[in-house]
Design a binder for this molecule. Structure first.
Ligand SMILES: C[S@@+](CC[C@H](N)C(=O)[O-])C[C@H]1O[C@@H](n2cnc3c(N)ncnc32)[C@H](O)[C@@H]1O
Length: 263
């Protein structure tokens, strides 16, 4: 059994603890970063403000996956396919997935050729489930971290993949963390939701818990996102549009980091 530290509401220091998952055969270290209090924040209005009440901490994985697989959403398989596409284009020897949820698409990451597979999420229960589902991936490294608020200290990888992540986590600290995780000359692949006809960002399904996400959800403007990345030395290599049967449209952009940039 994985044991996760509880959030300490009395202290305002950053807690780091390593959990030893010895029951899983190979030693798995899961770094759990928790903030007990919201720290002094940057003035950047896009940095998410409410760490302690992040709605993702209250959404059961079954609700998330049920919602994303519902007939009027149908995004789980599309996201899995876009992750596979990013792997096929980039052929990385190490990969990180920001907002990994239950590990959708992880079956496409071949542990025989990808030597490090890193999953990050704010919800520790999701990571427990990823570990349970992917015992086939001995080189899986899972980090429970609030990427909107904590500064990530994880060794960089060749491909960072973030699918429908920045809409929830914002473009402040979360984007800095994403870029810092890309190794020199590596790639960042991003899936963004484009504005739909009905303008409903979180579709109504039989999972009402999902509606709590609406208050922290903002569409990300693709040209603005590209411009932000270009300023940071990331060049767009490849882009694709994936229309959903529901009328929504997903955009996949693959960016390469400068080979001369920081590692
Ligand atoms: C829409 S889901 C991502 C989709 C997922 N990649 C897939 O293919 O199904 C967003 C994920 O990001 C995680 N998340 C949201 N805000 C986060 C944050 N600030 N830090 C880390 N993870 C976050 C959520 O817990 C959730 O698992």
């Amino acid at each position: 059994m994985l044991s996760w530290p509880r959030q300490d509401t009395t202290s305002c220091s950053l807690k780091t603890s390593m959990c030893d998952c010895s029951t899983l055969g190979s030693r798995l270290e899961i770094a759990c970063l928790f903030h007990a209090d919201v720290p002094a924040l940057e003035s950047d209005h896009e940095t998410r403000l409410d760490t302690m009440s992040d709605p993702w901490l209250s959404i059961p994985l079954a609700d998330y996956e049920g919602h994303m697989g519902a007939d009027n959403v149908q995004q789980l398989s599309a996201l899995s396919g876009l992750f596979k596409r990013a792997l096929d284009v980039c052929l990385p020897d190490s990969v990180a997935i920001l907002g990994i949820a239950g590990g959708n698409g992880l079956e496409h990451a071949n542990p025989a050729t990808i030597k490090r597979i890193v999953g990050l999420d704010i919800n520790p229960g999701y990571l427990d489930e990823v570990r349970r589902r992917f015992v086939t991936h001995p080189n899986l490294e899972l980090h429970c971290v609030d990427l909107s608020h904590e500064k990530l200290r994880v060794a960089p990888v060749a491909l960072v993949h973030a699918a429908l992540f920045f809409e929830h986590a914002g473009l402040g600290r979360a984007l800095d963390n994403a870029l810092s995780l890309v190794t020199r000359g590596g790639t960042l692949s991003v899936v963004l939701q484009l504005p739909g006809r009905d303008q409903q960002n979180v579709t109504t399904t039989s999972y009402p818990s999902m509606q709590t996400l609406a208050r922290n959800f903002s569409l990300v403007d693709v040209p603005r996102f590209r411009a932000l990345l270009e300023k940071q030395g990331f060049r767009l290599l490849n882009e694709e549009l994936r229309p959903m049967p529901t009328g929504k449209m997903l955009w996949l952009g693959i960016f390469s980091a400068s080979p001369l940039g920081p590692e």
